[in-house]
Design a protein around this ligand. Structure first.
Ligand code: NAD
Ligand code: UDP
Ligand code: UDP
Length: 321
C-alpha cells in the first residue's frame, strides 16, 4: 500500500505534471484530474504505466468524488492567451472548481493546496510585493476573469478554513518557466525561445522595459511540497524568484543562449499589463526554509533544450506556429 493518496487537479499541465513526477517518485498514490484544455497527454505519458499513477479526464467545475488524503488544486489555464480564450470558463474554473475541491476536502478532512497567483496583486503600486499587500486589480478588464477568479478562490479557501476548519495552503505563484510549458500559450519565455529557435522576430510588447521575476519550475515544485508538508501554516505565501529582469534583458539572454540571429521588434502592449513584478519571499524563507537555487541563464538553457527537442521531433504544436 502507498502511504499517501494525493489528487492533483490540472496535473497534465506544465506545473502539474512536474508535481506529479515528484509525488510519484516519492511513492505517493497519485490521481491526476485534468480536462486537457491546456494540458497535454505527452506531459504525463511517462507516468501512465506506474502502479501509483492514474489519469482521469475531468473538469473541476463539476463535482468529483474520490478518496484521497491531500489535494493540490492547480486546474486553471495560466497564460493570458489561454485564459482569455473563454473568460467565462476561466472564472468558473477558479470559482466553481475551488468550491468543488473544497467540498471534497471538507468531506474527506483532507489538506488542500491552492495554486494562487501574483496576479492577485494586479498592476502593483507596492514593490516588491509582500503578502500583506491587497493589490491593484481592474475588476472589469481582460485579465479580470483570471485575477478576480483567483482572488475569489482565495476568499473561498479562507472562508472554508474559518467556517469549516479546513486545513488549507494558499501559494501565490510568480512567473515560472521550464520544460513542458505549452509552446503556444503566448507566455514570454516560451514565445522568445520558440521565436529564437525558429529564426522568427522576437516580439517585445511595448518598450520592453516592464519587469518580471522568473522562477525555474524545479525550485517552485520544491516549495509546493515543503509548504504542503508544513503543519499549521495557511499562507498566503509568495513563491517565486526575486531576481527581476526587463523583457528586453530576457530577450537578450535568450538570443545569447540560442545563438539566434532573430531581430527584436516591438508590438503593442496588451491592456492592464503589469509594469513590474517581484516577489517578497521572506515568509517562504522563514516558514519552510525555501529559496530558489536555479538562476535565469541555467534555467533558460534547460528550457531551450526542451523546445529544441520538440522542434527536432516535429511536435505539431511547435512546428505549426
Ligand atoms: P497550464 O495551463 O499548463 O496548466 C493548467 C492545467 O489545468 C492544464 O493541464 C489544463 O488542461 C487544466 N485545466 C484547465 N481548466 C480545467 C478545468 N476546468 N478542469 C480540469 N482541468 C483544467 O498552466 P500552469 O502554468 O501549469 O499553471 C498551473 C496552475 O498554477 C494554475 O492554476 C495557474 O493559475 C497557477 N499559476 C501558474 C503560474 C506560472 O507562471 N506558470 C503563475 C501563477 C499561477
Ligand atoms: N463536492 C465534490 N466532492 C465531494 C464533496 C463535495 O465535488 O466529495 C462538491 C459538491 O458539488 C458540493 C461542493 O463540493 O456542491 C461544495 O461542498 P460543500 O459540502 O461545501 O457544500 P454543499 O453545496 O454540499 O452544501
Ligand atoms: N511579453 C512580451 N512578448 C511576448 C509575450 C509577452 O513582451 O511575446 C510581455 C508581456 O507583455 C508581459 C511579460 O512579457 O509584460 C510577461 O508576459 P507573460 O504573458 O509571460 O506573463 P504575465 O503578463 O502574466 O506575467
Amino acid at each position: 500500500m502507498f502511504e499517501r493518496r494525493v489528487l492533483v487537479t490540472g496535473g497534465s499541465g506544465f506545473l502539474g505534471s512536474h508535481l506529479c513526477d515528484r509525488l510519484v517518485a516519492r511513492g505517493d498514490d497519485v490521481i491526476c484530474a485534468d480536462n486537457l484544455f491546456t494540458g497535454r497527454k505527452r506531459n504525463i505519458a511517462h507516468l501512465l504505466d506506474k502502479p501509483n499513477f492514474e489519469f482521469t479526464r475531468h473538469d473541476v467545475t463539476f463535482p468529483l468524488y474520490v478518496e484521497v488524503d491531500q489535494i493540490y488544486n492547480l486546474a486553471c489555464p495560466a497564460s493570458p492567451v489561454h485564459y482569455q480564450h473563454d473568460p467565462v470558463q476561466t472564472t468558473k474554473t477558479s470559482v466553481h472548481g475551488a468550491i468543488n475541491m473544497l467540498g471534497l476536502a471538507k468531506r474527506l478532512k483532507a489538506r488542500i493546496f491552492q495554486a494562487s497567483t501574483s496576479e492577485v496583486y494586479g498592476d502593483p503600486d507596492v514593490h516588491p510585493q509582500p503578502e500583506e499587500y491587497w493589490g491593484r486589480v481592474n475588476p472589469i478588464g481582460i485579465r479580470s476573469c483570471y485575477d478576480e477568479g483567483k482572488r475569489c478562490a482565495e476568499t473561498l479557501f479562507f472562508d472554508y478554513h474559518r467556517q469549516h476548519k479546513l486545513d488549507i495552503r494558499v501559494a501565490r505563484i510568480f512567473n515560472t518557466y521550464g520544460p513542458r510549458m505549452h509552446p503556444n500559450d503566448g507566455r514570454v519565455v516560451s514565445n522568445f525561445i520558440v521565436q529564437a529557435l525558429k529564426g522568427q522576430d522576437i516580439t517585445l510588447y511595448g518598450d520592453g522595459q516592464q519587469t518580471r521575476s522568473f522562477c525555474y519550475v524545479d525550485d517552485l515544485i520544491e516549495a509546493f511540497i515543503r509548504f504542503m508538508e508544513k503543519d499549521g501554516v495557511t499562507g498566503p505565501i509568495n513563491i517565486g524568484n526575486p531576481n527581476e529582469f526587463t523583457m528586453l534583458e530576457l530577450a537578450d539572454a535568450v538570443l545569447d543562449l540560442t545563438g539566434s540571429k532573430s531581430k527584436k521588434i516591438h508590438r503593442p502592449l496588451p491592456s492592464d499589463d503589469p509594469k513590474q513584478r517581484q516577489p517578497d519571499i521572506t515568509k517562504a524563507q522563514a516558514e519552510f526554509g525555501w529559496e530558489p537555487k536555479v538562476q535565469l541563464r541555467e534555467g533558460l538553457t534547460r528550457t531551450i533544450a526542451y523546445f529544441d527537442g520538440l522542434l527536432k521531433e516535429g511536435d505539431p504544436l511547435i512546428v505549426g506556429r
